[in-house]
Design a protein around this ligand. Structure first.
Ligand code: PHE
Length: 359
């Protein structure tokens, strides 16, 4: 009897060892298979007497039943374990945040341009748009910068072959050509009204007209590339032409703009004498924050000046009657100052990790 009990124990141990259904079937064959231990014991019966066969046979049967029961129990255990693993692997973690569709957002420089437009619009300025591929006339000559003017060398740019006519075309180096384009359109409109009313006007218009108040933001190009210069950059031109406009007005408007743009009254402006062929006198506009991380430093944000009489003439206006002020600022620079960005190239690399901070 002990021998049979030991057999049941060793079968239980073998089944417990099997970690996979296939291993369990192998262990089963060892005990219950055709040439397994039970079959072996049955064969031994033939040598016994009828009575012995009876009791020994019954004992072997009990042993077999115990082993079969152990097998069934282990099968169930393995099946349960497998189900558990499967359930765990397919578990849905309802605490995970959902996946949203990316929202997208405006580029930081676009945010600045929108801001500039809104502020100047509130001060009665129109917003004009013009070509990035310009003629030499609008980009330079009409702006009092003839072919051999040394100021041209600071505006090296990209020339475009095969323009619409024989005139050389180039990628505009500043938004100043928009001063001429916009003013010419404006003057044409009021000159036509005058002439229709039977008032002839000379080559240069000296009749009455509403003031020109316009800004012209857009892309500009120069052969320049480092941490603070990009071959493509943005500018925003401003032009204000009328009969009684003065430097005081320009100072007032630009100071108001800067304080609104940076949301700070703790901001001082300095008009530093400078030179541009198309303005006389000319001034570089510097700002100084009185508080914050940039406090105390003078930061250049724009060029400006009184529109040169030759430029007023190229607008079709009589400089004896009309006077104007212009400025050209760098929205990229303003964006860097507003958000504390130190490398201009970050704006144009298209790295989503940088850009998504402005959404
Ligand atoms: N166009 C000048 C530049 O790019 C800036 C400027 C604009 C200066 C208008 C005076 C008046 O440097």
């Amino acid at each position: 009897m002990n021998e049979l009990n030991a057999l049941v124990d060793s079968a239980r141990a073998a089944f417990a060892q099997a970690a996979m259904p296939a291993e369990l079937e192998n262990a089963k064959a060892l005990f219950l298979g055709k040439s397994g231990r039970i079959t072996e014991l049955m064969k031994g019966l033939s040598a016994l007497t009828v009575d012995e066969k009876k009791s020994r046979g019954a004992a072997i049967n009990l042993t077999k039943q115990s082993i079969e029961a152990a097998l069934t129990a282990r099968r169930q255990e393995l099946a349960d374990a497998e189900l558990q693993t499967q359930l765990q692997s397919e578990a849905l973690d309802v605490t995970l945040p959902g996946r949203r569709r990316g929202q997208g957002g405006l580029h930081p420089v676009s945010l600045t341009l929108e801001r500039i437009e809104a502020i100047f619009a509130s001060m009665g300025f129109d917003v004009a748009d013009g070509p990035e591929i310009e003629t030499d006339w609008f980009n330079f000559t009409a702006l009092n910068t003839p072919q051999d003017h040394p100021a041209r060398s600071m505006h090296d740019t990209f020339y475009v072959e095969g323009g619409p006519d024989a005139a050389p075309h180039l990628l505009r180096t500043h938004t100043s050509p928009m001063q001429i384009r916009h003013a010419v359109q404006h003057v044409k409109r009021y000159r036509a009204a005058h002439e229709a009313a039977g008032q002839p006007s000379g080559e240069l218009f000296a009749g009455a007209m509403p003031e020109i108040r316009v800004i012209a933001p857009g892309r500009t190009y120069r052969v320049d590339s480092d941490a603070t210069h990009s071959p493509m950059f943005h500018q925003c031109e401003g032009l204000w032409v009328g009969e009684n406009v003065s430097f005081k007005d320009l100072k007032f408007v630009f100071t108001d703009f800067c304080r609104t743009f940076f949301e700070s009254d703790d901001l001082v402006l300095r008009f530093r004498p400078s030179f541009f062929p198309f303005t006389e006198p000319s001034a570089e506009i510097d700002i100084q924050f009185q508080t914050g991380p940039l406090a105390g430093r003078w930061l250049e944000v724009a060029g400006s000046g009184q529109v040169h009489p030759n430029v007023i003439r190229n607008m079709g206006l009589d400089p004896e009657r009309y006077i104007g002020f212009a400025f050209g600022m760098g929205p990229d620079r303003l964006t860097m100052l507003r958000y504390g960005v130190s490398d201009l190239r970050l704006f144009f690399d298209g790295d989503i990790r940088f850009l998504s901070q402005f959404e």
